[in-house]
Design a binder for this molecule. Structure first.
Ligand SMILES: Cc1cc2nc3c(=O)[nH]c(=O)nc-3n(C[C@H](O)[C@H](O)[C@H](O)COP(=O)(O)OP(=O)(O)OC[C@H]3O[C@@H](n4cnc5c(N)ncnc54)[C@H](O)[C@@H]3O)c2cc1C
Length: 379
C-alpha cells in the first residue's frame, strides 16, 4: 500500500511516525510505503513564537530539520504539491514529479491573512511568523506607555493566543514598571471574550482582576494608521498606541486552487476524518486544513493524527478502521509569565478551565521541549 503524506508539519509528521512504527514489518517487506511531501526542509514548533514575542526564546530554538524527526524508512521530499488529481489517485509537485497513492493524508496547515483587512499588515504586530514575533518583541520592548489594543480576526489558528498574548504582555509591561502608564484594551469578534463559552467565563474575570478592558462584538473592518485607530464592522473605533493583531486565517492557496475546499478548508468527516465527497474514501484530512468547527490547534492535529495512523495501520493489517475521532483537544492557556491553566474538551464535553497555577505553567514549559518527542510519535 502506498501512503502519501502531504505536509511535514505537526499533523503529517505525527501521523507518519505513528504509522511507521505500527507497520514496521510491512514497510520492511515492501508491502507498505510511506512518502512525505512538504514545502520546507524545516519543522517549526509554532507555539514557541509566543515566547519569542516576549523575549523568552529565539526562533532558532524552535526549528529542527524535518528529515531528522522522521522514522527510518519514511521517504521525504521537499517538493510542494501543486495539483491534486483525486480521480487518478495522484498528485503533481512543483518539480513536475508525480506521486501516486492508495491512501493520501493532507495536513497542509493554515496561513494568516492580515492583508485581507485594509491597513492591518502595515500598522500592527503579530506573532504568526518568526520574523513577526521578533518584530513584536522589538516594538514591545521599545514601548514606553500608552494604549495597547489587541484585535482578533476569525478563524485563526491557536484558539488561546488572543488571551495568552494579552496576559503575557500585561506581565511584561508590569515587570518593566510601565503598568501605571499602560492601558490594555482587548477586542473580540463575538459576544464574549472567547469563542469557547467556558473559556470566556473564566477569562473575563481574569481581565477584570488585571484591569484589562474589553469590547466584544468587534469585527475588524479596517485599520486607519494615520489616526491610529481600528474601525469595526459594527461602527466602533478604537484608538491605539500599539496594535497587536491576531489576523484572520485561510487554508493554503493550493487547496482552494484545486477545488478541494473554500478558503482552503477541506470538508472533512468529523469522526472518520475522511474528506467528504466522491474521492474521500482514500483521502484523510488532518489539522488546521479541515473545515471542522473545532480549534485549529496542534493538540487537535495530534489527536487526529493518532486516530488516523491507527486506522490506516488497521486497514493494512485487518482490512478495516478501528477508531473514530471524538473531537479531543487539550490546550494549555498561559495566563501570564508564570501561571497557566488548560482547556480539555471533545465533541461531547465542553472545557472547564480552572484557576491558573505555576505547576501548569511549568508543565507547559516542559511540553515545549517534549514536543520534539511528540512529533516523533513517542508521546
Ligand atoms: C503563535 C502560535 C501559537 C500556537 N500555540 C499553540 C498552542 O499553544 N497549542 C496548540 O495546540 N497549538 C498551537 N498553535 C497551533 C499549531 O501550531 C497548529 O495548529 C498546527 O501546527 C497545525 O498543524 P498542521 O499539520 O495542520 O499544519 P502545520 O504544522 O502548519 O504544517 C503544515 C505543513 O504543510 C506544508 N505545506 C504547505 N503547503 C504545502 C504543499 N503545497 N505541499 C506540501 N506541503 C505543504 C508546510 O511546509 C508544513 O510543513 C499555535 C500556532 C501559532 C502560530
Amino acid at each position: 500500500m502506498r501512503i502519501l503524506v502531504v505536509g511535514g508539519g505537526m499533523g503529517g509528521t505525527i501521523f507518519a511516525n505513528h504509522l511507521a512504527r505500527r507497520i514496521h514489518h510491512e514497510m520492511k517487506t515492501g508491502k507498505a510505503r510511506i512518502t512525505m511531501l512538504s514545502a520546507s526542509h524545516e519543522h517549526v514548533y509554532q507555539p514557541g513564537w509566543l515566547y519569542v514575542a516576549m523575549g523568552r526564546t529565539t526562533p532558532d530554538e524552535l526549528v529542527r530539520e524535518q528529515q531528522s524527526l522522521l522514522e527510518p524508512g519514511i521517504e521525504f521530499h521537499v517538493d510542494p504539491v501543486e495539483e491534486f488529481h483525486l480521480a487518478d489517485n495522484h498528485v503533481q509537485c512543483k518539480s513536475g514529479k508525480i506521486h501516486e497513492y492508495d491512501v493520501m493524508v493532507i495536513s497542509t496547515g493554515s496561513r494568516p491573512m492580515p492583508e485581507n483587512i485594509p491597513g492591518l499588515q502595515e500598522n500592527s504586530i503579530n506573532c504568526y511568523t518568526a520574523e513577526n514575533a521578533v518584530e513584536f518583541f522589538r516594538q514591545l520592548s521599545d514601548f514606553k506607555g500608552g494604549r495597547i489594543v489587541v484585535t482578533v480576526g476569525l478563524p485563526h489558528k491557536c484558539p488561546m493566543i488572543p488571551l495568552e498574548i494579552t496576559f503575557a504582555m500585561h506581565d511584561f509591561i508590569q515587570d518593566r514598571g510601565l503598568r501605571d502608564k499602560t492601558e490594555f484594551y482587548y477586542t473580540y469578534p463575538i459576544g464574549r471574550v472567547h469563542s469557547l463559552e467556558n473559556v470566556a467565563k473564566w477569562a473575563a474575570p481574569e481581565f477584570d482582576r488585571m484591569g484589562i478592558q474589553y469590547e466584544t462584538l468587534f469585527n475588524m473592518k479596517e485599520v486607519d494608521g494615520k489616526n491610529a485607530q481600528v474601525l469595526s464592522e459594527e461602527g466602533g473605533a478604537v484608538k491605539y498606541d500599539l496594535l497587536v493583531a491576531v489576523p484572520p486565517h485561510k487554508g493554503q492557496e493550493v487547496i482552494e486552487q484545486n477545488g478541494l475546499g473554500q478558503n482552503g478548508w477541506i470538508p472533512t468527516n468529523r469522526t472518520s476524518l475522511h474528506m467528504e465527497g466522491e474521492y474521500g474514501k482514500n483521502v484523510i484530512v488532518l489539522g488546521d486544513t479541515t473545515n471542522l468547527p473545532i480549534s485549529k490547534a496542534g493538540s487537535t492535529t495530534h489527536f487526529e493524527a493518532e486516530v488516523a495512523a491507527e486506522n490506516v495501520a488497521a486497514v493494512i493489517k485487518i482490512g478495516r478502521s478501528v477508531r473514530s475521532y471524538d473531537g479531543k483537544v487539550f490546550c494549555f492557556i498561559e495566563a501570564g509569565k508564570d501561571r497557566a491553566t488548560y482547556a480539555m474538551f471533545d465533541y461531547q464535553h465542553p472545557p472547564q478551565p480552572k484557576a491558573p497555577t505555576g505547576a501548569v505553567h511549568a508543565f507547559k514549559m516542559a511540553y515545549n521541549q517534549l514536543y520534539w518527542a511528540s512529533a516523533r510519535g513517542l508521546l
